[in-house]
Design a binder for this molecule. Structure first.
Ligand code: ADP
Length: 184
């Protein structure tokens, strides 16, 4: 099963991705996690993207698409993947669709987590992960980027009929139950 987990910053994509991978035994691919690990390890990719992540803006499509294509070509993703944080632009979505169809695969479910904006900001500020992009000003930038560049991706997958809308307000368990029901 190839799943996209979608939603604004703070919607709980990472938290729910963890639960999905454990329950359905599908590997997780988070572009944000990969970038942060590269920054931490001071790799060439990390050096290239550090200032972009710090600003709350998006890494160029070309860089992200190449990274994801490399990852998805690994054997452990052969039977499926939970994509989290990707695709984040329509260009990325089109590249992903092409990559999957070239490999005889497709997106089976696009799960979008609905959470009101006020709650998003509260969640990010209170989660205290110490991320350099979790300041009020950077969160504002990330939400603006989400609305302008990322939300159109939802429309792209609406056309493919794979979108499953999930109410993202409630306990972690409640939200996971809603997702699991839709995936069965
Ligand atoms: P969040 O959803 O909380 O903003 P992520 O961990 O998904 O957190 O992403 C953190 C940052 O990593 C983004 O603000 C962006 O700079 C970069 N990033 C992650 N995924 C992508 C992507 N698919 N395209 C471009 N930039 C990305």
């Amino acid at each position: 099963m190839n799943i996209i987990l979608f939603g604004p910053p703070g919607a709980g994509k990472g938290t729910q991705a963890e639960k999905i991978i454990n329950h359905f035994n599908i590997p997780h691919l988070s572009t944000g996690d990969i970038f942060r690990a590269n920054i931490k390890n001071e790799t060439p990719l990390g050096k290239k993207v550090k200032s972009i992540l710090d600003s709350g803006k998006l890494v160029p499509d070309e860089t992200v698409v190449e990274l994801v294509a490399d990852e998805l070509s690994k054997e452990n993703y052969n039977d499926g993947v939970v994509l989290d944080g990707f695709p984040r632009t329509v260009t990325q979505a089109e590249a992903l669709d092409q990559f999957l169809s070239d490999n005889g695969r497709q997106i089976d479910a696009f799960i979008t987590l609905d959470v009101p904006e006020k709650e998003l900001i509260n969640r990010i500020l209170s989660r205290g992960e110490g991320r350099s992009d979790d300041t009020p000003e950077k969160i504002k930038t990330r939400l603006k980027v989400y609305r302008e560049e990322t939300e159109p991706v939802l429309n792209h997958y609406e056309k493919q009929g794979v979108v499953k809308r999930i109410d993202g307000v409630g306990s972690i368990e409640e939200i996971f139950e809603r997702i699991a029901t839709k995936l069965k």
